[in-house]
Design a protein around this ligand. Sequence first.
Ligand code: NAD
Length: 323
Amino acid sequence: MSLKRILVTGGAGFLGSHLCERLVAEGHDVICLDNFFTSQKSNVAHLLGQANFELVRHDITQPMWLEVDEIYNLACPAAPGHYQYNPIKTMKTSVLGAIHVLGMAKRCRAKVLQASTSEVYGDPEVHPQPESYRGAVNPIGPRACYDEGKRAAETLFMDYHRSNRVNVRVIRIFNTYGPRMHPFDGRVVSNFIRQALQGEDITIFGEGNQTRSFCYRDDLVEGMIRMMNGPDDFIGPVNIGNPGEFTIRELAELVLEMTGSKSRLVHEPLPADDPTQRQPDITLAKEKLGWTPTVPLREGLQKTIAWFRSIDIRHYRAPTPNY
Ligand SMILES: NC(=O)c1ccc[n+]([C@@H]2O[C@H](COP(=O)([O-])OP(=O)(O)OC[C@H]3O[C@@H](n4cnc5c(N)ncnc54)[C@H](O)[C@@H]3O)[C@@H](O)[C@H]2O)c1
C-alpha cells in the first residue's frame, strides 16, 4: 500500500478522530483540520506525539492552501442542536467547505470524499432508502440548513467531477454511534446513555415508535475507507449504515437494561420534520465495496456505555445553549 498525505476536515470530531486514528496507524501522513465547534482536542490528543499526525485549527468556511493526495471532508456540525444553533453558518460550512476542498482537490489532483448523510432523504416515503431515491426534504424547515447544505455539497461534488474531472467519492452516512460521541450532542444514543448513567429521566420524543438504524463507528469508518480506496468508476453516492431497524422505545429499553439504570422514560413532543422511519438499503455498498456492517447493536452499545462510564462528564460542555 502506498503512503499518502491525507487531509481529514472535521478530524477532531466523533467520526473524524477514529478515521485519523486508522489512517495514522496505517502509516499515512495525516493532517487533521478542525475548528473544534463540536469537538475537543482530547479526541486526538493521543495522536499528537506521532510524527505522521498534524493538527490544524481552521474553519473550513475560509480557504486553505495545503498539498495533499486525499481529502476526507467531514467538517460539519451533525447533531440537530448543533447545526440549528447557527443555521446560516451550517449552510456555509457545507457549501463553502465543499467548494474549498474541491478547489484544493482540483489543484492538487487529490481524491476527495464527502461525508454526506441520510438526511438528504428527508422524511422518506420509500422504505428502506436506496441511493436512487431523491428524498422528501422540507427546504424551509428547521432541519433544512443541514439537509439542503449536504444536498448542495453533493451537487458541487458531482459538478466538479463532471466539469473538472475531480476524482470524487460521496457516501451517505446513516445514524452512527460509538465512543467519543459528544455527551451533550442531543443525539439519541448519547442522550439515552448519558441520562441513564446520570439517573436522569430518559427523554423520548413522541411515542417512541419512530425507527432508526444504528451503525457502530468502526463499521462506518471501514466503509468510508473502502469507498475512498474503491474503483475510480464508482464515485457514489453510496449508503453506509446498518439496516437493523429499532424503534426509539426499544433503544431506550435496551440502554436501561444494559446500564442497570432506574431512570424513567418520559415523553416530549416530536420536533418539527422528525423523520418517522430511516433504514438504509445497502445493496450497492455490498456489491461495489464488499462492505457490510459486522457489529450488532448490543455489542456496540456495550463499548459505547463503557466509554461513557470512563469519561469525566464535567470536562465536556454543551457546545451550544440548545440543550
Ligand atoms: N454520526 C452520524 O451519525 C452521521 C450521520 C450522517 C452524516 N454524518 C456526517 O459525518 C461528519 C462527521 O460527523 P460526526 O458525527 O463525527 O460529528 P462531529 O460533530 O463529532 O464532527 C464534526 C467535526 O467538524 C468540526 N467542524 C464543524 N464545523 C466546522 C467548520 N466550519 N470548520 C472546521 N471544522 C468544523 C467539528 O468541530 C467536529 O470536530 C459530518 O459531516 C456529519 O454530517 C454523521
